[in-house]
Design a protein. Structure first.
Length: 155
């Protein structure tokens, strides 16, 4: 139920209107009702988008945002460099290939722009990552990452 207080001049004029909350008229009413109304809907839609991304629906060439979950599921080959902590944990830097292994130009451009922001365990890995990303940039054309240009237009 939604409780809405109407504006009033004095306490005597105060009125409270009670309206029943209505879920949206669509096929996902169960998501609305399950666990918290609007938050249930947000969770449902977030899960639906993640599933579509994993299935490859929607073009990453248009610069789709990759969720943390999607990035965690990418193979090591999707990253420019993988470093190891002393405990043996892999620290993967600068994803630029999608789950199918296809080069994603907007994420390549983003990786190139973020090179200086990475906290490298071994500074030599910065140069390895730069060379790796520059090779990809040569393949797609240097102008692919220029502002004001759509990905894939350059040559």
């Amino acid at each position: 139920m939604i409780v809405r207080a109407e504006p009033y001049q004095s306490k005597e004029d105060a009125s409270i209107v009670v309206e029943p909350a209505r879920p949206p008229a669509c096929a996902v009413k169960k998501a609305w009702r399950a666990k918290g109304g609007a938050m249930g809907m947000v969770r449902f839609l977030g899960a639906a988008v993640a599933v579509l991304a994993m299935l490859g629906v929607g073009s990453t060439a248009e610069g789709a945002k990759w969720s943390r979950t999607y990035i965690r599921q990418l193979p090591d080959s999707a990253f420019a460099v993988i470093e190891r902590t002393p405990e043996g944990k892999a620290v993967r830097h600068l994803p630029h290939h999608d789950a199918a292994g296809t080069l994603d130009i907007p994420h390549l451009c983003n990786a190139l722009s973020r090179l200086g922001q990475v906290k490298w365990r071994d500074p030599a890995n910065a140069e390895i990552a730069r060379r790796h990303l520059q090779e990809h940039l040569e393949q797609v054309g240097r102008t692919s990452c220029r502002p004001g240009r759509k990905a894939g237009e350059g040559g």
